[in-house]
Design a protein around this ligand. Structure first.
Ligand code: MLT
Length: 404
């Protein structure tokens, strides 16, 4: 008789964004006239930039010719894309990262979820609380969670690092020593950032205790202030303790195209074993690469036209962020984030729980957001709004919220 991986049964409820989608679908079915504005999941709304679409068309045409046809992509991604990434995203910022340390994939979510496979099951993970649910869920599925306590909403074997208004939503070094530390900055969900000095402290700490930092930099394109690092490799010593995840979803609107990459420096070792070798082994075994057409689209992100068009796109979303931040603040809400991030983190009014406010907002303003408690117990009493809607809908949503 077969057995299931019963670690899955330890996961409370379904994936956060699936739960929200189900709730919204049920509401819409009961209120077909409702003009719902979705500022929940961080999905983009602007069309793919012209320079990128042009590259897609060109690559698609190539695929229809004998000389331009491409079958399986190279395991780690096409050289034309990896060298662009190394040069533009890292070397241009003074980071010592080379093209053969880049692993192209179909998105940061999969890489963030899969990376734990190359680590021993008895490693202890540390996560921010609140946190992007993928880090916790993927480790629980693998068996690293321990026992779930419904009262505290925590797993016994996971180290939680509360990110609250008191610490400016920036985690403090944990009291217990972790083996793997998940950090995401600019942060999802709180929109907070770490300064270079703050991130350097984490790098120094990881090198000191022999931990690996799994650094999710999916939102780096939204950084507007100086002294906020775009990559962890801007910090000294990060090559021996950090893996970085990047996405094309948020900076270039690829949520429906799927493209991302992971950086594993060759200096990152456990004894004599390079993590690079293990991740390459996994990649080669379980993955056949992002499609040629999509990797060509990714290359266009770095062209002069692509860069200029995407700068405008990011500015468009950041304008939305300002509309939400300023609008809610002037209406008396307590808000943060939204300056170096497309996420605005607000305190729920009148002591409502996160889910109570979700229902209230859906019913009275027909606006969908994300309950803070869905990201972890320290998110209770908070609510996340995304700047990825259209400008018109964003203005409308804020106006409706002001009327409440
Ligand atoms: C979010 O809303 O947190 C993001 O869209 C999740 C993701 O990028 O997978």
């Amino acid at each position: 008789m077969f057995k299931i991986n019963d670690n899955y049964l330890k996961l409370p409820g379904s994936y956060l964004f699936s739960t929200i989608a189900q709730k919204v679908a049920a509401y819409t079915e009961a209120h077909s006239e409702a003009d719902i504005i979705r500022l929940g999941i961080g999905d983009v709304t602007q069309p793919i930039a012209p320079a990128i679409i042009e590259a897609v068309h060109k690559a698609a045409d190539e695929m229809g010719t004998p000389e331009g046809f491409h079958g399986y992509a190279p395991d780690l991604g096409y050289e034309f894309l990896r060298s662009k990434i190394a040069k533009e995203d890292f070397q241009a910022r003074g980071c010592d990262i080379s093209a053969d340390e880049i692993f192209v994939s179909d998105g940061a979510k999969c890489d963030c979820g899969n990376i734990q496979e190359i680590f021993s099951l008895d490693n202890r993970i540390a996560v921010c609380d609140p946190v992007y649910p993928v880090y916790v869920d993927s480790n629980v599925m693998a068996g690293r969670g321990g026992v779930y306590d419904a009262a505290t909403e925590r797993f016994s074997d996971i180290i939680y690092m509360p990110c609250t208004a008191e610490n400016n939503f920036a985690p403090e070094l944990p009291a217990e020593t972790p083996d793997l530390i998940y950090l995401c900055f600019p942060n999802n969900p709180t929109g907070s950032v770490l300064t270079k000095e703050q991130l350097q402290q984490w790098v120094d700490y990881a090198n000191k205790v022999g931990a690996v930092i799994l650094y999710d930099a999916a939102y780096e394109a939204y950084i507007s202030e100086d002294n906020i690092p775009h990559s962890i490799y801007e910090c000294e010593g990060a090559r021996t303790c950090a893996i970085e995840f990047r996405s094309f979803s948020k900076n270039a609107g690829f949520t429906g195209m799927r493209l991302g990459f992971t950086v594993v420096p060759k200096d990152l070792k456990c004894g004599d074993v390079m993590l690079h070798t293990l991740w390459a082994r996994r990649h080669g075994t379980k993955y056949n690469g992002a499609p040629y057409i999509i990797q060509k689209a990714g290359e266009a992100v770095y062209s002069p036209e692509g860069k200029a068009q995407l700068k405008k796109q990011v500015a468009y979303y950041m304008q939305n962020a300002h509309v939400i931040y300023d609008g809610l603040k002037s209406a008396g809400y307590t808000v943060s984030g939204g300056v170096n991030s497309p996420y605005i983190w607000m305190k729920t009014p009148d002591g409502m729980t996160s889910w109570e406010f979700f229902d209230y907002l859906l019913e009275h303003a027909n606006v969908v957001g994300t309950p803070g408690s869905g990201f972890g117990p320290s998110g209770e009493g908070y609510f996340r709004l995304t700047a990825f809607g259209t400008y018109e809908n964003t203005v409308k949503a804020v106006e409706r919220m002001k009327q409440l």
